[in-house]
Design a protein around this ligand. Structure first.
Ligand SMILES: [Fe+2]
Ligand SMILES: [Fe+2]
Length: 169
């Protein structure tokens, strides 16, 4: 008789694995944001990246709080998605260096990161709630709100100065 291997992993494992994924992604982003701030041409965009770098530090700390609430050590797990998104951002910085369209490209790259984070935090928050991890829900909610605010602020920048400058070029 053929036997099918059934995983014994459950929602708790899925939550823990996904937490490791976003922990890795946040740390990667923490290292990337200063490079993006340095590359940005507009002072508003530089300021937006610098502001979000500070928030990202806090996101890392909050995730450590979630690990702690679960009685786990904070450990990251290589996130292929953020590696790819970061790689694309690096290509833009390289290929559009000195171009009036650089900032538009940087904005697009940064928003891709925000959308990834919003997706992850939304999922984690839902799972934490299902698992009855109240403290985790609170911490994840705080970060989710900041990711959404950042995305909105970047959209505003994209709709104003940055893309207008790129079009005028
Ligand atoms: Fe974040
Ligand atoms: Fe973010």
């Amino acid at each position: 008789m053929a036997t099918t291997k059934v995983s014994s992993k459950g929602l708790n494992d899925l939550f823990h694995d996904t937490l490791k994924d976003i922990y890795f992604a946040e740390k990667k982003t923490l290292a990337t944001l200063p490079k993006m701030a340095k590359a940005a041409q507009s002072s508003e965009l530089k300021a937006a990246f610098e502001k979000h770098r500070g928030q990202t530090e806090e996101h890392v700390t909050r995730l450590e709080g979630v690990f702690e609430a679960m009685g786990k050590k904070p450990v990251g797990k290589t996130c292929a998605a953020i590696m790819g998104i970061t790689e694309e951002g690096a290509e833009i910085m390289e290929e559009y260096k000195g171009s009036p369209s650089l900032d538009a490209g940087l904005l697009a790259a940064a928003q891709t990161v925000e959308h990834y984070e919003i997706s992850r935090y939304g999922t984690l928050r839902t799972w934490a709630s299902e698992l009855g991890l109240t403290e985790a829900v609170n911490l994840l909610d705080l970060t989710l709100a900041e990711e959404k605010e950042t995305d909105a602020a970047l959209t505003e920048l994209a709709e104003s100065a940055v893309n207008v400058a790129a079009e005028a070029a």
